[in-house]
Design a protein. Structure first.
Lengths: 481, 212
């Protein structure tokens, strides 16, 4: 039934429209309570649902945060264990080195001390005193015999002078010997001083290392206890590592692109330039595969050297097997580098051939002239072809950091997204409740006439039943509320 | 995990085994050697060299003359499908250029001009090569003159072909009545487009950039 036919049940469309409007308003008025209840129920149900969803998302966010925290702490613990392990290894190396030389050092010190003691013992020996002529002279001088002792005294004097001269000679000789002995002690003293200096340095180094270990152990303990500060530090470190490793990986990708350019053209000579796998040239795919194999070999080499720890299986291999793996991967890398250098040379040859052909086809004689300094670019290309595979080996380090920090960063992003989602759901829940109230008001809007009449009627009825003290203003206020 | 790896391997194997769509180009250059056009034949070398400079590995090219009866392999002066390896392809290009140059030096004028026969031969050649893109270049004044007994009133299937008329010179009669020239070109256009092909005319050989 169309709108036009609805308006024709009376001869006058305006009257028909008015009657229809009145009927509609009446129907809406009588269904008002039911409609309000329906709107309120729907809005409440929606709000409740959204609130429940918000709670669920909040719980998921908490779970993710807890998981992220565990991952962070585990990664932090692992990193700290590696640092402490390395520090212990260094201390062990230092102690082993010093203790290995200890018996020799002890022997040299003992010998030096013994020599010093002997020399010192020799140095303290004093020459014998001159004979005791003084008492004899006194006895002779006391004799009263007319100058009879003068000759004796003169002889004694001569003997004394002679004895003194001999004593002085002996004394000088003994002093010279003592000085020589003392001089001989000096190298031993120096040896002792140097040895003790070395020992002191070693001990200081060990003390420094032990302080570093103490600091790391302190941090490790905070990690084991799962303190918030440690988590916060690890979290911010992870984000920094993520961006730094991403930057380095971007540089490595650029290096890969250069490498690809070097070998893609000559690869067409090997696998053909017109074969396609899907939408990609087989030669391009082959070049990419070579580069990927090089990167894989680099990863295995780094794993075997225990610089990275992406593959626990390789890290857990016996030392003998690891050494074999190091040699194997290095040899493969070397071969790849040689192949790349050859391909880079081939590229230059092909380029020259193509340039010559194009020059011929263009009828350009000058284009086919070979530059005398072309060997420089050829050598540079070969050098790059040889060096880049080895340079790409080091991609393993930022890759490991990127992978480890990616877990944390993705976790943090997930937490932020879930938080935002929970907030949005909560806002939507509240908004749906308000929208319900608004819908009720909107429903009442076309019913303003019957509602006004109802309010008036109620006010009049209340005024009639209320005591005489109540004012008309109160009735109006009630009618409007 | 094993299932995923298996699926990935299967997808890779299927992708590798799938017949890839061709990306190559086939070019067939028809050179008019009739008496009215023989002086222009040297321009065929320029066009050939241009085409060779644009073609890559796995592309095909043939140069054939238009003479009294052109629907024959004997009229193909040189043909080549370039090797997969770029270095071999370059050698082939040089040999091809040398071959065409030799032909041009020894070219003799033909009494009649069988353009339709040449086009039929070109269609046959390029269809056999299964190239993704097919270009027929005609270096001619497009004035067909058939010897007695040659039937060329046959429909041509140009679906998938680009037909390019190059250096369409005006004849002495065209100067008297240019409508002849215009009608001639229009007739060829209609014939090519009716056969499902795409028709172009390039008279300025210094501006061949749009070609190939």
């Amino acid at each position: 039934m169309s709108m036009t036919s609805l308006l024709t049940f009376t001869p006058w469309p305006a009257v028909s429209a008015s009657i229809l409007l009145v009927l509609l308003v009446a129907a809406l008025y009588f269904a008002r309570d039911t409609a309000h209840q329906a709107i309120q129920t729907a809005a409440s149900a929606l709000a409740r649902g959204l609130r429940v969803a918000s709670h669920s998302v909040s719980r998921a966010q908490e779970h993710l945060a807890a998981r992220n925290r565990e991952v962070l702490l585990a990664a932090g613990r692992e990193a700290k264990e590696r640092i402490v392990e390395r520090e212990f290894a260094r201390v062990g190396d230092a102690v082993r080195k010093d203790l290995a030389g200890y018996p020799d050092m002890h022997r040299r010190l003992s010998e030096a001390i013994r020599r010093i003691e002997e020399d010192q013992a020799k140095a303290v020996e004093v020459p014998p005193d001159a004979p005791g002529w003084a008492e004899a002279v006194k006895v002779v001088a006391d004799l009263d015999s007319h100058n009879a002792g003068a000759d004796i005294l003169s002889d004694i004097h001569k003997s004394m002078v002679k004895a003194h001269a001999e004593a002085m000679n002996d004394y000088r000789k003994a002093s010279a010997e003592r000085h020589a002995l003392l001089r001989r002690m000096m190298p031993d003293w120096r040896l002792i001083q140097e040895t003790l200096g070395r020992v002191s340095k070693s001990v200081e180094s060990v003390i420094d290392r032990s302080q570093v270990i103490d600091r790391h152990m302190g941090e490790y303990e905070t990690l084991v206890r799962g303190e918030d500060r440690a988590v916060s530090v690890l979290s911010s470190s992870s984000i920094v590592y993520f961006f730094i490793s991403a930057l380095v990986l971007a540089v490595a990708t650029a290096g890969t692109a250069v490498n690809f350019t070097l070998i893609a053209r000559p690869m067409a000579e090997m696998v053909g330039g017109t074969n396609f796998i899907g939408a990609f040239r087989t030669a391009d795919i082959a070049a990419l595969v070579i580069i990927m194999v090089e990167i894989s070999m680099g990863l295995f080499l780094m794993e075997s050297l225990r610089i990275t720890r992406l593959f626990p299986v390789i890290g857990a291999l016996s030392d003998k097997m690891r050494v074999r793996m190091i040699i194997t991967t290095f040899v493969i890398l070397l071969l790849m580098a040689c192949i790349e250098a050859g391909l880079a040379y081939m590229r230059e040859v092909l380029l020259l051939d193509e340039m010559a052909t194009n020059a011929l086809l263009r009828g350009d004689e000058a284009g086919s002239i070979v530059n005398a300094h072309l060997w420089i670019t050829t050598a540079a290309q070969m050098g790059m072809g040889f060096v880049l595979p080895f340079a790409l080996v080091f991609v393993a380090i930022p890759l490991e950091t990127f992978v480890h920090s990616l877990r944390t960063v993705v976790g943090l992003i997930g937490i932020a997204v879930l938080q935002a989602l929970a907030l949005l759901l909560r806002l939507l829940g509240n908004a749906s409740r308000h929208v319900g109230a608004l819908a009720q008001r909107a429903y009442d809007l076309p019913l303003f006439v019957p509602l006004w009449i109802e309010a008036r009627t109620r006010a009049a009825a209340r005024a009639a039943s209320s005591p005489p003290g109540s004012t008309e203003a109160d009735s109006w206020r009630e009618a409007h509320t | 995990m094993k299932g995923r790896l298996l699926l990935l391997s299967l997808v890779l194997a299927l992708t590798a085994c799938a017949r890839s769509t061709p990306h190559n180009t086939g070019v067939y250059l028809l050179v008019d050697t009739s008496g009215s056009y023989n002086r222009q034949v040297r321009k065929a070398e320029q066009i050939t060299l241009f085409a060779l400079s644009r073609l890559q590995s796995a592309d095909s090219i043939a140069v054939a003359r238009i003479d009294t009866g052109s629907f024959t392999e004997k009229d193909i002066i040189a043909k080549a499908t370039f090797d997969d390896r770029p270095s071999t392809a370059n050698q082939q290009k040089r040999a091809f250029a040398s071959h065409v140059e030799k032909f041009i030096d020894q070219s003799m004028p033909a009494p009649y001009t069988d353009i339709t026969g040449g086009l039929l031969q070109a269609i046959e050649f390029l269809n056999e090569k299964h190239t993704a893109r097919k270009e027929i270049l005609i270096l001619s004044d497009m004035k067909e003159e058939l010897a007695k007994g040659y039937v060329r009133d046959i429909p041509l299937d140009f679906r998938g072909f680009d037909v390019v008329a190059l250096n369409v010179t005006k004849l002495r009669t065209d100067n008297f009545d240019p409508r002849q020239y215009l009608t001639r070109l229009d007739e060829w256009r209609t014939r090519v487009e009716k056969g499902g092909g795409h028709w172009r005319v390039i008279n300025d050989l210094d501006r061949l950039d749009g070609l190939l």
